[in-house]
Design a protein around this ligand. Structure first.
Ligand code: ZN
Length: 68
């Protein structure tokens, strides 16, 4: 799937988020990376094999919700 040189981290790699986005939909809150990972704006991820990675990075949006 990835055609970059050097190749981006695979979906199995720990730094999979470093792959290049090939489709970005901020209005829908997700990006598709060239290794097939769907990266959501809350840092959750959906891997190409169907595995789900829970959000793992605090964001400003979370802090806004706590303040409200
Ligand atoms: Zn790539």
């Amino acid at each position: 799937m990835c055609q970059h040189k050097p190749a981006c981290p695979s979906a199995d790699s720990a730094d999979r988020e470093a792959a290049h986005p090939v489709a970005v939909h901020p209005e829908q809150g997700w990006s598709l990376l060239c290794n097939g990972v769907l990266l959501f704006e809350d840092t959750g991820e959906l891997l190409p094999d169907g595995r789900i990675i829970a959000p793992h990075r605090p964001l400003a949006a979370t802090q806004v919700m706590k303040a409200a």
